[in-house]
Design a binder for this molecule. Structure first.
Ligand code: FDA
Length: 308
């Protein structure tokens, strides 16, 4: 119920406009968002790196309505890739196609992401572009674009997709991505999707996650397993040990500000961990999705605000 409420709030443009301009809103978001400026996120990335964890940087934004906005967003990602290389950060970037203009014109999104992937492949040390997965209206186009970019000479290993285990279609999508050797981030999925296309029960979503995880880990391609679910993490570790899959053959991924204890303990046990760090002024939909995943976060954040 609360999950549906917060996921619906994520799409509310009027509330978003008010919240993103208010200083209390910004303070509210700071638990999960590393500030507004590129420097904020680069500093956060450095700190996370210092404790032995890798990073993926996300410039918050989605569903942009103008070509100019999309081009500016891509430009910022170019700067981030430059800074990652200059500062020698262990970091890559995550982006959303609707932030790169997919709602305006598919060609525009393709052009902007292609130039970022080419840059990620070319810089020293080489980096990587993860194309986040949005709501189901975008699934097919997002995967087609990742396949197309991955086919470009020189791009292999520098662009990857995201698969959501709540979608019934995901097993088929995984098979196609794996047949091309494309790196996958597996997550459960963060949007409201109808029963015709998505599992509704947590037990079904989790079971599909575990099934797809096993397919991924057997391929030898370097994939990311994004979850904070301790039961699933236990299953992943058990499977990796049983199948003699080396701890450096894949990575766990978690969100900035979520289960920092678990992030650190997995690294101490010798597993790889990448933290997804979002930043930027357009934090509202991202925060609403985090509240949907765990409504108790509202109380948690409010208590922290009062303590300051
Ligand atoms: P689940 O929601 O079942 O939670 C398991 C446990 O984890 C909870 O009991 C709680 O303790 C803890 N937990 C989970 N979320 C929490 C939160 N927000 N705050 C505090 N505790 C929390 N989705 C998508 O649709 N497209 C995408 O591209 C991505 N990308 C992505 C990258 C990375 C690195 C991560 C970790 C996640 C995503 N997601 C995503 C979000 C994902 O789909 C999912 O909504 C969340 O990860 C929550 O699912 P869990 O697997 O953690 O399990």
């Amino acid at each position: 119920m609360l999950r549906v409420l917060f996921t619906s709030l994520a799409a509310n443009r009027a509330l978003r406009a008010v919240a993103e301009r208010s200083s209390i809103g910004r303070r509210f978001s700071s638990r999960f968002v590393a500030g507004i400026q590129p420097d904020d996120v680069l500093r956060a990335a450095q700190l996370v790196n210092q404790s032995g964890l890798s990073v993926s940087i996300d410039d918050l934004g989605e569903n942009v309505a103008s070509t100019e906005e999309a081009r500016l967003s891509a430009q910022l990602y170019h700067q981030l890739l430059d800074e990652i290389a200059i500062r020698r950060l262990d970091a890559n970037i995550s982006l959303k196609l609707t932030h790169m203009g997919l709602d305006i014109e598919e060609k525009l999104a393709h052009e902007l992401v292609a130039s970022l992937v080419a840059k990620a492949a070319k810089i020293t040390p080489p980096s990587f572009v993860r194309v986040d997965m949005e709501g189901s209206a975008y699934t097919g186009r997002t995967l087609a674009l990742v396949h197309a970019l991955h086919h470009q000479p020189g791009n292999q290993g520098h662009v990857g997709a995201v698969i959501q285990s709540y979608l019934r279609r995901s097993e088929g999508d995984v098979a196609q991505l794996l047949s091309d050797g494309i790196r996958i981030r597996l997550c459960k999925g963060a949007y409201n999707e109808p029963a015709e296309i998505a599992f509704q029960q947590k037990s079904e979503v989790d079971a599909n996650y575990v099934k797809l995880m096993k397919l991924l880990l057997k391929t030898g391609t370097y994939h990311g397993l994004a979850t904070h679910d301790e039961n699933i993490i236990r299953e992943i570790k058990t499977f990796a040990l049983q199948e003699n899959i080396r701890p450096d053959a894949f990575e766990f991924q978690m969100l900035y500000g979520v289960r920092r204890d678990l992030q650190q303990s997995l690294v101490c046990e010798g597993w790889r961990m990448r933290v997804y760090i979002p930043f930027g002024a357009a934090w509202y939909p991202y925060l609403m999705r985090r509240l949907a995943e765990r409504p108790a976060n509202v109380l948690f954040i409010a208590k922290n605000l009062l303590r300051r």
